[in-house]
Design a protein around this ligand. Structure first.
Ligand SMILES: CC(=O)SCCNC(=O)CCNC(=O)[C@H](O)C(C)(C)COP(=O)(O)OP(=O)(O)OC[C@H]1O[C@@H](n2cnc3c(N)ncnc32)[C@H](O)[C@@H]1OP(=O)(O)O
Ligand SMILES: N[C@@H](CCO)C(=O)O
Length: 374
C-alpha cells in the first residue's frame, strides 16, 4: 500500500498529466471538525491563458484518480478519448485540472497520510462531505489563479462534486456538466453504499481503521467492490457477457463439498474486479469517499431543490446512461427540471449500465463541442 505523507509546501507548477501537490492549510469541516495541513494532489494539462478564462475542472468518480489523460506520461488516462490535443477538451486551448478528493488515496491528504505527529490518520481521519471537498478545491483554484472555471464536468461522484461546485461557488462556475449523478444520494444509493462500507468495517483486518502497521482489510475492500461493481453494470450486460457459463477449467457442480465447487464466469470476473481494486485503493479512503457520497445533498440547509439551484449562475449540461440502474435516468430528469431555465437530459446509449459514463462518454462529444467547448 502506497501512503502519501503530507508534502512540504510545494509551489504550484504545471506538467501535463504528472501528479503534483499543493498545500492548502487547515480545512474547517462542515460537521465541525478540522483537518490540518491539507495537501491536495492534482494534475493539469495545457496552459492557463492570460485572463485565466480557459480552465476546466474534471472531478474524478469514486475510485478514479486525477489521471484523466495521458499527457506527458506513459500511463493512459481514464478520459483520454475526451481530453488531449485536438480532442473535445483540446488541451491546446483549455487548461484542464483534476484534483484528488480530500480523503482519497491518489495524492491528497487521506487516512493513510501522516498526521502532525507523523502517525497515519487511520481511524482518526474525520468525516468529510462533498461541500468540504469543494471548499478545499476552491483554495487550490485560488493558488492556480483561477477565479472562475470555464467548465466543471464529472460523472457519478464526479458529477455530484461538479454540481456541488456550481451551487456552493456559483460565481466561479460558468458551465457545469453533471453526468450519471443526482442532486442528492437516494435511499437506495445510500443502502448500496452502506453495504459496501460494512463489508470493509467487518473485515477483522480493518481494526477500526488502524491497520497501516498490519494487514490491510483487502477481503472487505474486495467485497465492497463486488457489491459496487454489480450496481455499475446492467443485468443485460452480465447476462449477455457471462450468463451461466462456467469459468474455463472450472465446474460449478463439481462435487458435494463446497471446496470442490468451481466458479461461474461471472464469479471469476467479480473476483478479478475485487482483486484489482484491492491492489490499487486504500480501504479507509474507500469508506471516507463513500460516506461523502452518502452525504451528498445539494438541498441541505438550502430549502427545496428549486431553491437550492436558483442561485446557480452556470450553464448546465445534464446527462445520464440509459441503462444505469444505480443513478436512474429519471433522477437526472428530476435534476434538469429543477434547474432554472429549460434543460434536456442527454442520454448516453450504453448497454453496460452506470459505467457507460466512462466507456461511452464520447456520445457527449457533439453536445460538448457545440456548447461548452465550442
Ligand atoms: C491506477 C488506476 O487505475 S487509476 C483509476 C482508473 N480507474 C478509474 O478511473 C475508475 C474508473 N474505471 C473503471 O471503473 C473501469 O476501468 C472501467 C469502467 C472504465 C472499465 O472497466 P474494466 O473493469 O476495465 O472493464 P471490463 O468490465 O471489461 O473488465 C475487464 C477485466 O475483467 C477481466 N475479466 C473478464 N472476464 C473475466 C473472467 N471470466 N474472469 C476473470 N477476469 C475476467 C479482464 O481480463 C479484464 O481484466 P484487466 O482489467 O485486468 O485487464
Ligand atoms: N467504475 C467507477 C464507478 C463509480 O462511479 C469507479 O470505480 O469509480
Amino acid at each position: 500500500m502506497t501512503t502519501y505523507p503530507p508534502a512540504p509546501q510545494h509551489p504550484v507548477s504545471t506538467i501535463d498529466g504528472v501528479l503534483q501537490y499543493a498545500s492548502i492549510g487547515t480545512l474547517e469541516l462542515e460537521t465541525g471538525g478540522i483537518l490540518p495541513d491539507v495537501v491536495l494532489g492534482y494534475e493539469t494539462w495545457g496552459q492557463l491563458n492570460a485572463d485565466a478564462s480557459n480552465a476546466v475542472l474534471i472531478p474524478h468518480a469514486l475510485t478514479g484518480s486525477t489521471h484523466v489523460a495521458q499527457g506527458n506520461t506513459d500511463e493512459p488516462g481514464w478520459w483520454d478519448v475526451l481530453v488531449g490535443p485536438g480532442r473535445t477538451l483540446d488541451t491546446n486551448r483549455f487548461f484542464v485540472v483534476s484534483i484528488n478528493m480530500v480523503g482519497g488515496c491518489y495524492g491528497s491528504t487521506g487516512p493513510a497520510s501522516a498526521d502532525p505527529d507523523g502517525l497515519p490518520w487511520g481511524s482518526r481521519f474525520p468525516f468529510v462531505t462533498i461541500r468540504d471537498s469543494v471548499r478545499a478545491e476552491a483554495r487550490l483554484a485560488d493558488q492556480l489563479g483561477i477565479a472562475r472555471w470555464h467548465a466543471v464536468l464529472g460523472g457519478s461522484l464526479g458529477g455530484a462534486r461538479a454540481l456541488e461546485w456550481a451551487v456552493t461557488e456559483p460565481s466561479r462556475v460558468a458551465r457545469c456538466a453533471v453526468i450519471a449523478a443526482t442532486a442528492a444520494s437516494t435511499g437506495e444509493q445510500i443502502a448500496f453504499a452502506q453495504a459496501q462500507v460494512s463489508a470493509i468495517r467487518l473485515d477483522p483486518d480493518f481494526n477500526g481503521g488502524d491497520y497501516y502497521n498490519g494487514r490491510a482489510p483487502l477481503a472487505g475492500l474486495g467485497l465492497a467492490r463486488r457489491i459496487a461493481h454489480i450496481t455499475y453494470r446492467s443485468e443485460a450486460e452480465l447476462q449477455y457477457r457471462f450468463g451461466r457459463t462456467p469459468q474455463p477449467g472450472e465446474d460449478p457442480l463439481a462435487g458435494a463439498l463446497p471446496a470442490q465447487r468451481g466458479r461461474y464466469q461471472v464469479e471469476s470476473y467479480l473476483d478479478h474486479q475485487a482483486q484489482k481494486l484491492a491492489g490499487r485503493f486504500d480501504a479507509n479512503s474507500y469508506v471516507i469517499l463513500t460516506e461523502a457520497l452518502m452525504s451528498h445533498d445539494v438541498t441541505r440547509g438550502r430549502g427545496s431543490l428549486t431553491d437550492a439551484l436558483s442561485g446557480t449562475d452556470s450553464e448546465f449540461l445534464i446527462a445520464a446512461v440509459d441503462t444505469d440502474r444505480l443513478y436512474f435516468p429519471e433522477q437526472s430528469f428530476e435534476l434538469a427540471a429543477a434547474l432554472p431555465g429549460e434543460h434536456q437530459v442527454h442520454l448516453i446509449n450504453a448497454p453496460i449500465g452506470h459505467d457507460g459514463f466512462l466507456t461511452d462518454v464520447l456520445q457527449l462529444k457533439d453536445v460538448l463541442e457545440q456548447g461548452f467547448f465550442a
